[in-house]
Ligand binder design. Structure first.
Ligand SMILES: Nc1ncnc2c1ncn2[C@@H]1O[C@H](COP(=O)(O)OP(=O)(O)OP(=O)(O)O)[C@@H](O)[C@H]1O
Length: 620
């Protein structure tokens, strides 16, 4: 790769960056970028990676470590970098922090003293333990029944979260109370001794374990710091205490330069332990300079004005943002009011149908967002759209599956083997193989790509079902390259788990009479409207956002945590490029049957919409 002089370097793939973003891209010191939705925070990180690689500021074998808080965000950033500077993509490691922590523990577990070593083949516990399981455990561990009775479930779980992963290992700090130490050590001992195949460690616990491993193994820590000259932290507002402790353990005091980007107004993970003070503490610990960005490159101007008003209601004095695009005008937001969910579904299906048939929109231009339980909320709309031949599905589970590198790889091969020509899939597959096969020559890589495609063509010709081909596809390159390239597969189980999950999803897509090509399309959801919760929609963007049910029952936790709920509302609103619709139905089906709906508990949301000039349309 020919190096570019840093003065001559220009952003890649976008016309320009706003001045503050350009400063951050070229910065030699640690920085904190605070900016609203659509400001190009993720894009800024992709540009900085290009700058560092293309100007030789991050020469091989130095690497960039990029930490995102969601798997699809990690994949998205990795792809943006691979697209812009393919020559250096192999020096860019894009992980979620949880995957990075697990990779560290799995790879270097020999560095842990025996008392703190997880059993080989340990499994991740995907949820923190619940009060109903904790009560007997705590009683058994010597906590009095009276003390337990004095705590409601929520308080008990919060206290236990602190004991199990809120304290630095090995619980020897002077500030740790004796009771916490005793319970914490007992909990860890039992979990670490759980046999392989039994979920035993939560991700916050794995974060703590990784931090402990690095603290007690200075050589490993030094090697990590020397490898990663630059570190990116995306969606930084949602960093939890255990995650921050790991980042601090890895890089505080090192020469590595950190770039953190985030938006306090989109902090919607407080329930999962996100630290409110993470911007301030990071700025102090890493002597990071703060930059605020003032453009929005996503939404139409009228939507940006509304977002400014909502932002002000979330954060007094919030930076007022202007459009960074001159190709977009207008923008619409409305609240649509219905008598029943049936009339709501019929209206929306007509609207979407018209937009697709007459206005040239595609199903992927739309998203249906709900506060929770996407699968239940969309049933009626799904049926109304079905009649028009338009598909809508809850993408909650598939989203996680399809962003997995091994799943993405298999899907590319299946695409190539089930259609005549797919230039983009071929190029993506070659890129993937380059990553997996490391130093293999270009000719060798092309040969393997051809072999993969031919394998699927032959098997499909023989009438073999697609879901039976997945192991065969992976076997062409072998599992080892996946395990060596992607840290989440180090322990092996997760690789098999992902392949099986994909096989199940493909089997589900194989309805009678559907061609292999259509089965792959179905899996990827190419012609299907996605439905998801607000949390799942973070970081994504769509032409039209339809939020179903701006009603008290969907937002039942609003009165307990109004700040976080308002931020969720802001996240949903800000996913839209051109249009946002909120719906309200006088009645809605809940788990207690059909219930009358009100807007009283979430009155604040309606007040702010009103202030932003959002009209209500009565469609009763
Ligand atoms: N400098 C730029 N010029 C043109 N388009 C840009 C620029 N920066 C970002 N974009 C585009 O704007 C959109 C939003 O960018 P990005 O996803 O990076 O924003 P973000 O700040 O991370 O948003 P959010 O916090 O809402 O997830 C994307 O479509 C991106 O390609």
């Amino acid at each position: 790769m020919r190096l570019i002089n840093s003065v001559d370097w220009q952003p890649v793939g976008v016309e320009s960056l706003e001045p503050a973003a350009d400063d951050v891209v070229r910065s030699t010191c640690s920085t904190l970028v605070v900016a609203g939705p659509g400001a190009g925070k993720t894009e800024l990180l992709a540009q900085r990676a290009c700058y560092l690689f293309q100007t030789g500021k991050c020469p091989s074998p130095k690497r960039i470590l990029s930490i995102s808080f969601k798997r699809d965000a990690a994949k998205n950033l990795g792809q943006r970098v691979a697209f812009r500077c393919p020559d250096s993509a192999h020096d860019f490691d894009s992980f979620t922090l949880d995957a990075f922590a697990k990779g560290t523990v799995d790879r270097f577990s020999a560095g842990l003293v025996d008392d703190w070593k997880p059993s080989s083949g340990y499994e991740v516990m995907l949820h923190n333990p619940r009060a109903k399981d904790l009560r007997p455990w705590l009683l058994n561990a010597g906590v009095t029944a009276r003390r337990l009775q004095s705590l409601n479930d929520q308080d008990l779980e919060l206290k236990f979260d602190h004991i199990s992963h809120g304290i630095e290992l090995p619980y020897d700090g002077a500030e740790v109370k004796a009771g916490q130490r005793r319970l914490g050590l007992r909990w860890w001992k039992e979990q670490l001794e759980k046999p392989a195949g039994t979920p035993s460690l939560t991700f916050p616990m794995i974060n703590r374990l990784a931090a402990y491993l690095l603290r007690t193994n200075p050589k490993i820590k030094k090697a990590l710091q020397e490898t990663y000259a630059f570190v990116f932290l995306d969606e930084f507002q949602d960093t939890t205490a255990a995650q921050y402790a790991l980042i601090q353990e890895c890089f505080e005091g090192a020469d590595s330069v950190l770039t953190a980007v985030g938006d306090g107004k989109q902090r919607i993970m407080l329930w999962a332990g996100a630290r409110r003070d993470v911007f301030e503490i990071y700025s102090t610990d890493f002597e990071a300079t703060r930059y605020d960005l003032v453009r929005n490159y996503r939404s139409a101007p009228a939507l940006i004005e509304m977002q400014n008003i909502i932002a002000e209601s979330l954060e007094a004095g919030a930076v007022q943002v202007t459009s960074g695009r001159d190709d977009l005008s207008g923008g619409t937001c409305e609240v649509l009011e219905f008598r029943t969910p049936e009339t709501e579904a019929a209206y929306l299906a007509d609207y979407i149908g018209f937009q697709i048939v007459s206005e040239g929109k595609s199903p992927r231009d739309f998203v249906i967002i709900v506060r929770q339980k996407a699968n239940e909320m969309i049933v009626l709309l799904q049926a109304a759209l079905d009649v028009k031949g338009i598909r809508l599905r809850d993408e909650t589970l598939l989203q996680d599956l399809l962003v997995e590198p091994v799943a993405a790889f298999i899907v590319l091969v299946l695409r190539l083997g089930t259609r005549n020509r797919d230039v983009a899939a071929w190029a993506d597959l070659v890129d993937q193989l380059e990553l997996l096969m490391g130093s293999a020559a270009e000719r060798e890589i092309e040969k393997v790509a051809q072999q993969l495609k031919q394998y699927v063509l032959n098997e499909v010709e023989k009438g073999q079902s697609l879901w039976h081909l997945l192991e065969g596809i992976v076997d062409v390159v072998g599992k080892a390259p996946f395990i060596n390239t992607y840290s989440q597969y180090f322990s092996g189980d997760f690789l098999d788990f992902t392949i099986t999950g994909l096989a199940n999803a493909l089997e589900g897509a194989a309805t009678p009479g559907k061609s292999p090509r259509d089965q792959v399309n179905e899996l990827c959801g190419e012609d299907i409207i996605p439905a998801m919760t607000v949390h799942r929609s973070k970081g994504l963007e769509f032409d039209t956002v339809i939020f179903l049910g701006l009603e008290d029952s969907s937002w039942w936790s609003f009165s307990d945590q109004p700040e976080e709920e308002k931020k969720s509302f802001f996240v949903a609103f800000s996913r839209a490029i051109e249009r946002v619709y909120f719906t309200f139905s006088d009645v809605r089906d809940t788990r207690w049957g059909r219930r009358r709906q009100r807007q009283s508990q979430i009155g604040d949301l309606y007040t702010v919409l009103d202030r932003a000039g959002v009209a209500k349309r009565d469609l009763r």
